[in-house]
Write a protein that binds this ligand. Structure first.
Ligand code: GTP
Ligand code: MG
Length: 430
């Protein structure tokens, strides 16, 4: 199943039918009264949320939707027929936006909820309606009102129950492919997956659940560096995060933390989501060696599963656990109204003030929290922190504020010497 999550379409409602001009023709009455009927209303375009659909795939090749016009009025005071409305079904969770301004017009968050995207034109009145005491034979009628054309964007925020996150190459797509009918591309190089894939995972006699394979996240993902950012919003509405870690790398726990730090800086509330850890590629280990790796995750206090997406070892247990735990996690309520604009996010991300002398104070609670979790004496960890705050625009802003080599940058309780062109070796003197 391919995941088409954003499409722009053109909708056009039908015009109203014209009012008719007729006169009664009666024997012996040369000029009968007016008898032109009203035109029928044009069809509206109605967009309806439906649980039958999971993706916007239907819109991949069809971009234009036109409702029929109403019929013109007829003789003998007969009304033209009203045209049928055209009902476009979209998955529950689809947002309707104005394509030009990007503003949200409507949120189809509930099954069967409807939105009139373009109202059909009203039918015109026939000449029968215009007869007055002074003009008994009106030779005019009303034309129907034209239909409306609108450009709208349909955007599916997220419909998955479970989101797979992890570094590139961790095996997210491999896992999705073995638990569902989804056939995402799998390859031994980072960023194989470019758009999220969805799969329905069946387990026991339940309805199953929907799992989303989110493209590999990297440092700076929350800021749109690499691919991650645009996809993190799909994680926002999932109920459970499954963090896949390649257990065969040099330092799996470090990899795990790298992703967590990304999630922490993302403006949504992803870091507090219920989460489990899945250590993948156990087939590359001797059992006793693997235990060593697993131990490093004990302190997280989270459920840790060990699987091999290749041999499928441990996969069944994982799926059973997920289907058991999902019903205990409330569905994410749709509290969200207006999407934060990119600028708002950036404004929130970087707030730097110059204090007396050459001290630059970086204030941002997420960055401060991130630093508190970073072992600044571990070069790799510090390096990662620097990369992440660079991604968040800190360096860029310091440059704009004319910070010079050797100036101090203060973040929370920490103070660093600033070396803009060699940011990996900022010295720390706490
Ligand atoms: N030995 C072994 N290799 C695995 C396992 N799971 C995945 N791989 C391999 O790891 C590589 C990456 O797997 P993918 O499933 O594409 O990884 P991904 O997390 O989807 O990566 P991106 O899409 O780039 O983010 C592929 O060569 C897989 O065959 C496993 O359990 N054991
Ligand atoms: Mg992938």
């Amino acid at each position: 199943m391919n995941f088409v999550d954003i499409v722009s379409i053109k909708i056009e409602s039908g015009s109203g039918g014209d009012g008719a001009i007729y006169f009664r023709k009666e024997k012996y009455v040369p000029n009968g009264g007016p008898s032109g009927g009203d035109g029928g209303d044009g069809g509206s375009i109605i967009i309806e949320a439906s649980t039958d659909l999971q993706t916007l795939l239907d819109f991949k090749f069809k971009h234009k939707f036109t409702a029929e016009p109403g019929e013109n009025g007829r003789i003998k005071n007969q009304f033209g027929k009203k045209a049928d409305d055209l009902i476009i079904k979209v998955p529950v969770g689809t947002l309707i936006k104005d394509t030009e301004t990007g503003k949200i017009i409507f949120d189809l968050s509930v099954d069967k909820k409807r939105f009139v995207g373009a109202k059909g034109g009203k039918g015109g009145r026939g000449n029968a309606k215009f007869a007055t005491s002074t003009n008994k034979t009106p030779h005019y009628s009303e034309p129907g009102v034209s239909g409306i054309i609108k450009d709208i964007t349909l955007e599916l925020k997220s419909i998955a129950d479970v989101g797979l996150v992890g570094l590139p190459n961790a095996g997210k797509s491999s896992l999705l492919s073995v638990v569902s009918a989804s056939k995402p591309k799998i390859a031994n190089y980072p960023f194989t997956t470019l758009t999220p894939n969805l799969g329905v995972v069946k387990s026991g006699d339940n309805d199953g659940f929907v799992m989303a394979d989110i493209p590999g996240l990297i440092e700076g993902a929350h800021k749109g560096i690499g691919l991650g950012h645009q996809f993190l919003r799909h994680v926002e509405r999932t109920r459970l995060l499954v963090h896949i870690v390649d257990a065969s790398t040099e330092n799996p726990f470090f990899d795990y933390e790298t992703i967590n730090h990304e999630l922490m800086l993302y403006p949504g509330d992803i870091e507090n989501k219920q989460k489990i850890i899945v250590l993948n590629k156990t087939d590359l280990f001797l059992p006793e060696d693997f235990e060593e790796v697993k131990k490093t995750f004990t302190d997280t206090g989270l459920e840790v599963f060990a699987i091999s997406a290749v041999t499928k070892q441990g996969v069944k247990e994982l799926v059973t656990y997920i289907s058991k735990v999902l019903p205990t996690i409330a569905k994410i309520e749709d509290t969200w109204v207006e999407e934060e604009s990119e600028e708002d996010v950036e404004k929130e991300l970087v707030k730097i003030t110059q204090e007396k002398g050459n001290i630059f104070l970086v204030e941002h609670h997420r960055i401060q929290k991130l630093l508190a979790l970073t072992d600044v004496y571990d070069e790799r960890a510090l390096n990662r922190f620097m990369k992440i705050i660079t991604g968040a625009g800190v360096i860029e802003q310091l440059k704009k504020m004319n910070a010079k080599e050797g100036d101090s940058v203060k973040i929370g309780d920490f103070q660093f010497d600033y070396y803009p062109d060699d940011k990996d070796s900022w010295s720390n003197w706490d």
